[in-house]
Structures are given as C-alpha cells and as structure tokens.
Design a protein around this ligand. Sequence first.
Ligand code: NAP
Length: 517
Amino acid sequence: MQLLASYLSGAWSAGAGAKTALVNPATEAPLAEVHAGGHDLAAAFDHARVVGGHELGRSSFAQRGGLLGALAKAIHGAREELIALAIANGGNTRSDAKFDIDGGAATLSHYAELGARLGTARLLGDGDPIQVGRTARMAGQHVWALRRGVAVHINAFNFPGWGLCEKLACALLAGMPVITKPATATALVAHRLVELFAPLLPAGALQLLVGPAGTLLDHLEPGDVVAFTGGSATAAVLRDHPAITRRGVRLNLEADSLNAAVLAPDVDLGSETGALFLHEVARDITQKTGQKCTAIRRVLVPAERIGEVGDALAERLSRIAVGDPAHDGVGMGPLATAQQLRDVRAGIAQLAEATTSVFGGTGEVAAPVGVPAGKGYFVGPVLRATTTPMACAPLNDHEVFGPVATIAAFSGDPTFAAGFIARGEGCLVSSAYSDDRDWVVRFVTAAAPWAGRLYLGSSKMASQSPGPGTVLPALLHGGPGRAGGGEELGGVRGLHLYMQRCALEGDASVLKSLIGE
Ligand code: NAP
C-alpha cells in the first residue's frame, strides 16, 4: 500500500509514528497510509522563510503569474489521473471530481492572468491619491506591499484539489511561500498535485504536510498567515491558539454555512426562472453528496407553491442512482468518511424530530449500486419540510454536511426572506429567484449583511448560470458570522490576505512614481 510522504524542506519524507489509513469510501478498501508526525516542522518553516520567501520576493507579479499558469497546465496534463484519485478517495462521481479538479485549474489560470496584468509593479495602489496637505503637493496614498512570512493553508476534506489551488494561487501571486495541509482522509489528490507542482516552483515556495497538523501552528511568527477551511469546532481551536491570540498571526476562516435559496412569489415553476430554481436546488442536494460548503440547505417557497416544489424536487431526486461512483450510471456517491456518515445521520435524526419527510426519509439506502453488502458510507438524498422556518432550530442552528435540504413556506415578503437568511447567522452564499426587480432590491438590501455572496437567479441569466454553489475566482468567497468571517478570492482582493496595506504620506509625485503612475 502507498505510504504518503510529506514534502518538507525540499525533500519527500514519510514521517513516523502511528499510521492512519485513507480508504475508498464506497468500498472501504484501504488506498494509502500516512504517519501521524515525525517531521521537522521548524526546519520547514525556516526553509519557507529563508529560501521560498527570498525566491518569490525577488520575482514580479508577472513572473509569479507565469508560475501559476504552469501549475494550471500541469493539472490539465494529469487531469484523468487526478479525476480517478478523486473518485477513489473522495467518493466523487466523475462530474464531482471534474468540479474539484477543473475548478482548481481555472482558479490558477485566473490568477495567472491577473499576474500578467499586474506586471512588474512592486506596490499595488489602493484607491486614489488623497490631498492631505495645504496644497496638492502633500499627498497620501494607500498601497499594498509584499509581506515577509509564511502562509499556512489548512483545507477541508471535500475539495482537496480546488481548496489547495485557490489558496495557493493567491498566496504565491502575492509573493508568500506556502505550507499546505490537506484533510487527511482525502489527501490523495492534494498529494499528487504537490508532486506535480513542486518541480515547477522555486525551492521553498510550496511544502506539503500530510497527516494531522500536530505542532504546525506552534511555529507561526508575526507576519505569517493561516488560511483555514473546515468545521466551526476546529475553527474555534485555531482562534484560541497563542499564535493567533498573542503573536498577531493573521487568520482567515472559512467555516460552516447554512445557505438558503428563496423562490420569490412572481416565479411560476414552469418558467425559465422556476426551472433554474428547481435544477439548482436538486443539484446542490446531490452534487458532491451535499458536501459542498456552498450547498443550499434551507429553501423558502411561497406557501401556495410548497406542494408543487416538493413534488418537483422529489421527482428529480428519485432519478439519482446512489452507489459506487466508479460504476456507470451512478449519480451520487458515498459520504467521504465514516465520521461524516455518523455526523450526517445524527444531523438528519435531529432534523427529523422537527420536520416532515418529503423525499428520502432519513436517508437509508437499501442497496447502493455496485457496492459489496454492508460496505460504504452511504446516505441517500433527503428532502424535508417545516411549517416553522424561523423557529426550526435543527434547520437553522446546525449544518448537516450531506445530501439534505429542507423546504418551508412563506408569504413571499422579501424582508421575511432576508430575515430567514439572517437566521442562519451568517452564510457563504444565499440565492433568490425572481424576475421582479423591486422585490429583488428589497431582498438584497436586507439580506446582504448576512451573506458573503448573493446569487440572483432570473430568466435573463438562466442560460449562463454556474449556480450559487460554484465559487468563482473573480468573486469573493467567505461569509460573516457562522461562516467564519473570512474572505478569499475576489480577483485582486484575494491577494490582500497575504499583503500588508500601508498608508504612505509625502510628495505627491514620489507617491505616484511608487505605484508606477
Ligand atoms: P475539519 O474537521 O474542521 O478539518 C479541516 C482541516 O483542519 C483538516 O485539514 C484537519 O486535518 C484540520 N485540523 C483538524 N484539527 C486541527 C487542529 N487542531 N489544528 C490544525 N488543523 C486541524 O473539517 P472537515 O471535516 O475537513 O470539513 C468539513 C467542514 O468544513 C464542514 O463543516 C464545512 O462546512 C466546512 N467547509 C467550509 C468551507 C468554506 O469554504 N467555508 C469549504 C469546505 C468545507 P485532519 O484532516 O488531519 O484532521
């Protein structure tokens, strides 16, 4: 069996100590093993600071963008191999795997192009010059400057490809060396990516720790950055770490999210907007077996349409074959881990006490396609309903990270819909489907404080829609409150986590020349 090695201080090393097995979640067959520790992490941080930081710091945005372009190409060259790993180790269908792998390549390409546009700039201007003296000669200018330090990236199990690439693209383009730590259970894709990437990057620019984090955070120093994606319980542990509380290390959190979708009262289900709504809710329940941080969990529907929506979604979900995604015709694979199975079952049980079943009951799957009897971490698609959207605590207080959504009726009032979004206490994305512009304006102004992104589905954009679940490199990813309060991506905004904003004061012409104008 493959023993996964970490890539630290310029060499691959397997580590030492207890071993954890990585398995195929459809069959539970072991695929690889990883040691729990045994790495010299202090040396890895030194290597990043001294070697990686130096190499990246003396290159231009354009040169670093060139590196990102090469990484995107490397993914394209190994695409089939990476997809196969995601199917085997992540329980992904081919389509799920492409979403992860192609999403990673597209994000790298986006930042490669941004690097080319930023060219040889050393400082990035932030806003216009400001007159701060008696005359225009004395000016102020905000700039973004290179930071010295190491970016530590800790990723969740659900997007081992995209998660690694989206964080890496921003940090490398900003000039920071990276130590990346994928979730152990699904680390095969990330491990292969680093095998492909490391030879294409300057020494020290990218290191990989596979297996548990161990003492990783203890080596952080002022100027370093931690970007974390995962559950809120782990996020709370990171928030309390002395590196964050005492050493001023920057921490960006992407955590749980109870994303909502709202069908506005003007939308007929037979219309283009209605079809878009049904398609996107059904897709979010089943894509990646619901293990998407952006997946729709809570669905608000005008009272007069609730039966129709339930029937239409149930019909779509009934067509999905659940089983081993390596088999033809399977539309939804297993959950990624045994722990996930326990957590999702417990979450559905809680939800079942406060809601009624529309489809799938509590998610039992009698005989998953192509799976040995009794094996695999399977839960079928589940659609539930509540008559008390605001008071339903299991729906609004706990993210069930699986193929589960709940529908609820409302009067159609946009302010109520925004209040329902707020009831989730901060989300990555929520969506509304409407062709009534006045309704949309009232909804957006009230809902925006509670969401990192609002997706506005309508007949005008339906044919081009990537859906609310797709994170785009040009737009922010992150959300307030429960979602962690972080921000990633968003074009050039994604670099800011890894740079230092500095206000310059002085002779206006000097300031202008510093930002290359
Ligand atoms: P998790 O258990 O919190 O793990 C996330 C990462 O943190 C893993 O790499 C894990 O490593 C690591 N970790 C665990 N304990 C740590 C510690 N004490 N110090 C440093 N690192 C530690 O989350 P998950 O189960 O992988 O992912 C599911 C959750 O992620 C869901 O709640 C979902 O909402 C959230 N998520 C959010 C987003 C977003 O963008 N907001 C995206 C995807 C997922 P090991 O695997 O080695 O334990």
